[in-house]
Design a binder for this molecule. Structure first.
Ligand SMILES: C[S@@+](CC[C@H](N)C(=O)[O-])C[C@H]1O[C@@H](n2cnc3c(N)ncnc32)[C@H](O)[C@@H]1O
Length: 392
C-alpha cells in the first residue's frame, strides 16, 4: 500500500493516515512516499512497516550498524544526526510549549555502561520486546573500552553459558565487569590487563565492586549496583544547567529526591544552606555517604528509603529536585508537591511520557519557567528533559 509520511509521532516514528485513521510507520521519515505493509490493525490506529521506499527523504542515511533493524537499542540510525536533533527540539516544543536550551553530546560511543545477555554461545542484546538474543560484536553507543571487552569475550570463545555481563567504564578508562551465570573461564578475565575490577555472581574476583568517577572537580564512588548517568558529557551538562539556575538564588533548604549516589545533592550543596538526599538503593546511599566525605561536604544529609515514605516529614523547603526513574513520580510524591509547594521545583526526567503525565497535574500549581534538554542518549528516542518550575 502506498502512503505519504506527514510527520513524526512523539517517539520519532513516521505518521500517515489511511482512510482517516492514523498509521504509525516505524523508520518512516516525513515527506517520504513509501510502500508499506500493515502489521497491526487497532480500532483507532494501525501499525505498518516499510516494504519499499518510493521517494526518499533527504535526511535518510544508511545505518552505520549492521544490527540496527534487529537489535532495538537505537531508534534513529536511519536519519542523520542533525535531523534527530531537530526532531528532539521540535518534540520538546510541542509537548512542553518551549525549549530554552539543547545540550549536545557525542553522536556515538558515549555509553559508560551496558548489560549484555549471554545464551549458549551468543552474546548481545535482546531484540525489542522479546527474548530473542541478537548476537553482536560491536555496539556503536558503547564506549570503545566496552567494545574491547566484547571483543575479548568473543575472541576467547568461552561464552557458552547463560547469564548476564555488566560492563562499566569510568572517565579514566578503568573497567568494572560483573558476570552472573555459570561462567567457566574466569581466569582469562582475571588475567586480562584490560580489566581492573571483576565481580562474579556478586563475589569480587579482582579489584573492587566499585570505582571512582571524576566530574568537574568532584569525585564519586560508584558501586556496580548503583545508578550513575550513562553519558558523562550529559551529566556535565546537567551540572551546567543547575549551576546556571542556582547561581543567583538564595536557597535555605533543598531536597534532592531519587538521588542515587547524591551526585546532584553534592553539586547543589555549594549553593544552598542545607540539602537532604533520598534514595531507595542502599548501595547508592552507601556510596553517597562516602561521596560527601570525599568532596568535603558538610551540609548534606542522606536518607535511604522510598521518597514517598519520607517526603511528608519535611517542611520549609525552598527547592526540590526530582530525578525519578522512567516510571516518574509516585502519587504520594505528587500529592506532596501540590500541597506543600516549595518555591522552586526542578523536574529532571529521562521519560517524556511520565513527565507529560506528571506535569499535567503539577502545571496547575507551578509555572514552567524554563525547559532544557540534554541529549543524554543520542541515536535513541530518549532524552533528559530538565523543567525549571516556580510556584504560582
Ligand atoms: C534516574 S536515577 C537518578 C539518580 C541521581 N539523581 C543521579 O543523577 O545520579 C533515579 C534513582 O531513583 C531511585 N529510586 C527509584 N524509585 C525510588 C523511590 N521510590 N524512592 C527513592 N529512590 C528511588 C533509583 O534507585 C535511582 O537511583
Amino acid at each position: 500500500m502506498k502512503v505519504n509520511i506527514s510527520k513524526y509521532d512523539d517517539l520519532g516514528q513516521g505518521i500517515t493516515k489511511i482512510n482517516d485513521k492514523v498509521c504509525f510507520v516505524k523508520y518512516g521519515l516525513p515527506k517520504e512516499e513509501l510502500d508499506i505493509k500493515i502489521l497491526k490493525e487497532n480500532k483507532n490506529y494501525s501499525k505498518g512497516i516499510i516494504e519499499k521506499i518510493i521517494r526518499e527523504s533527504e535526511h535518510r542515511i544508511e545505518p552505520v550498524c549492521k544490527y540496527y533493524y534487529k537489535c532495538g537499542g537505537c531508534d534513529f540510525l536511519h536519519m542523520n544526526f542533525e535531523e534527530e536533533k531537530k526532531f528532539k527540539i521540535n518534540r520538546t516544543k510541542d509537548l512542553f510549549g518551549k525549549i530554552d536550551k539543547f545540550y549536545e553530546t557525542k553522536e556515538y560511543n558515549y555509553r559508560n555502561k551496558i548489560i549484555l545477555h549471554v545464551k549458549e554461545g551468543d552474546l548481545g542484546f535482546y531484540k525489542e520486546k522479546s527474548n530473542d538474543l541478537i548476537n553482536i560484536n560491536y555496539c556503536y553507543l558503547a564506549n570503545d573500552k566496552i567494545n574491547e571487552i566484547i571483543k575479548l569475550l568473543k575472541a576467547n570463545k568461552d561464552i557458552n553459558f547463560n547469564g548476564e555481563v555488566l560492563i562499566r567504564v569510568n572517565s579514566l578508562d578503568e573497567l568494572l565487569i560483573s558476570i552472573s551465570g555459570n561462567y567457566k573461564y574466569l581466569n582469562n578475565l582475571v588475567n586480562s590487563i584490560l580489566i581492573d575490577n571483576l565481580i562474579y555472581n556478586d563475589k569480587i574476583l579482582k579489584g573492587n565492586d566499585f570505582f571512582y568517577e571524576h566530574i568537574n572537580n568532584f569525585q564519586f564512588k560508584v558501586n556496580y549496583k548503583s545508578f550513575f548517568q550513562v553519558n558523562i558529557k550529559g551529566l556535565e551538562s546537567i551540572f551546567n544547567s543547575l549551576t546556571t539556575f542556582l547561581r543567583d538564588k538564595k536557597i535555605n533548604n533543598a531536597l534532592d529526591l531519587y538521588s542515587g549516589t547524591s551526585v546532584l545533592g553534592i553539586l547543589i550543596s555549594k549553593y544552598v544552606d542545607k540539602v537532604t538526599s533520598i534514595e531507595i538503593n542502599s548501595n547508592a546511599t552507601t556510596d553517597a555517604k562516602e561521596n560527601i566525605k570525599l568532596n568535603k561536604i558538610n551540609n548534606l544529609k542522606i536518607i535511604n528509603g522510598k521518597v514517598e515514605d519520607y517526603i511528608n516529614n519535611f517542611s520549609d523547603i525552598d527547592l526540590i529536585i526530582v530525578d525519578p526513574a522512567r516510571c516518574g513520580l509516585a502519587k504520594k510524591t505528587i500529592d506532596y508537591l501540590t500541597k506543600f509547594k516549595p518555591l522552586y521545583l526542578i523536574y529532571i526526567s529521562c521519560n517524556i511520557d511520565s513527565l507529560k503525565r506528571d506535569l499535567k497535574i503539577l502545571n496547575n500549581y507551578y509555572n514552567l519557567e524554563k525547559v532544557e534538554v540534554v541529549d543524554m542518549f543520542p541515536r535513541t528516542n530518549n532524552q533528559e528533559t530538565i523543567c525549571f518550575m516556580k510556584i504560582k
